[in-house]
Write a protein that binds this ligand. Structure first.
Ligand code: FPP
Length: 273
């Protein structure tokens, strides 16, 4: 016999269970993308160096990833470092972020495996330091056989660069397959050449720290995503906040450019009036 208790996934905290009980498990987003923002402000408020905010942000990554996996979200994508971060931040901060990433990957692989999570990356990986690339390949390989949630880290990522790379890849593929006159570009072809070809488009994008921007993140893929902005700074964000975002998402009506459910049943002239 299944009881209500059985329907609550194992491992959630009491607070998480409270929010989870109000969710419809049949309508969970298939893919959630998160813009992790506010590490610097979190540190500044505590009179600490910016890097302390990044360090604290790792615990938020851990909690969010585990909760998403426990409630069986199929895909989670985290915007860790943008291409612009490299150019516009001091070298010391960039190198701190690199070493933090290396340590995160090393420490987290066992937990990813316990939670059946497969790790992937998007972004221009070849521009990252060689030792970071090696650690990334190792972690991807170590989790490659997992069949649960796909955790994708956006590293040295830019949506515009992704589109440029996709167009270049399409031209190269056509040139190698019978010549450029065979080049056919439509939406499916573009999607197939994006870094995210292993993923469905996100249903929900979360941004922390209250900023109302997409900041060059998944611009093609977020075309119909619901946007949830929370004032919580990333280092304060936990799994329970993700569940709150999902609750908000489930209240929204998704229309994909169509009509709402009630209007769809009205005659056309009433709708036009
Ligand atoms: C934005 O905050 C955050 C980043 C640029 C880095 C994100 C990195 C982490 C959360 C930790 C490491 C991640 C992994 C996957 C190991 P900000 O510095 O722009 O904050 P601010 O806008 O308040 O200055």
């Amino acid at each position: 016999m299944t009881t209500l208790q059985d329907k609550v996934p194992k491992g959630l905290s009491h607070k998480e269970v409270e929010v989870y009980r109000h969710l419809d498990p049949a309508k969970l987003p298939r893919h959630i993308a998160i813009i992790m923002d506010g590490n610097g402000r979190w540190a500044r408020r505590r009179h600490m160096p910016r890097v302390a905010g990044h360090r604290a942000g790792v615990a938020s990554v851990r909690s969010t990833v585990e909760t998403a996996a426990r409630i069986h979200i199929p895909a989670l994508t985290l915007y860790a470092f943008s291409e612009e971060n490299w150019k516009r931040r001091p070298a010391t901060e960039v190198s701190f972020l690199m070493s933090l990433l290396g340590r995160y990957l090393k420490a987290e692989v066992p937990t990813l495996n316990e939670n059946n999570i497969r790790l992937e990356y998007i972004g221009r990986q070849h521009e990252l330091p060689a030792e970071v690339q090696e650690r990334m390949s190792w972690a991807r390989e170590a989790t490659a056989r997992n069949t649960g949630m796909v955790l994708t880290l956006a590293l040295n990522y830019s949506a515009r660069s992704e589109l440029v790379d996709a167009f270049r890849a399409m031209v190269t593929a056509a040139a190698q397959n019978g010549g450029i006159e065979h080049l056919q570009i439509d939406e499916k072809a573009v999607s197939r050449h994006l870094y995210t070809r292993h993923l469905p488009d996100p249903d929900l994008v979360v941004r922390t720290s209250g900023e109302m921007r997409l900041s060059n993140f998944l611009l093609w893929q977020l075309a119909y995503a619901e946007i949830y902005v929370t004032p919580t700074l990333w280092p304060d964000f936990r799994g329970v906040h993700l569940l709150e975002g999902i609750a908000e998402y489930q209240k929204r009506e998704r229309r994909y450019g169509g009509l709402n459910h009630n209007d769809a049943h009205k005659p056309a002239e009433i709708i036009k009036a």
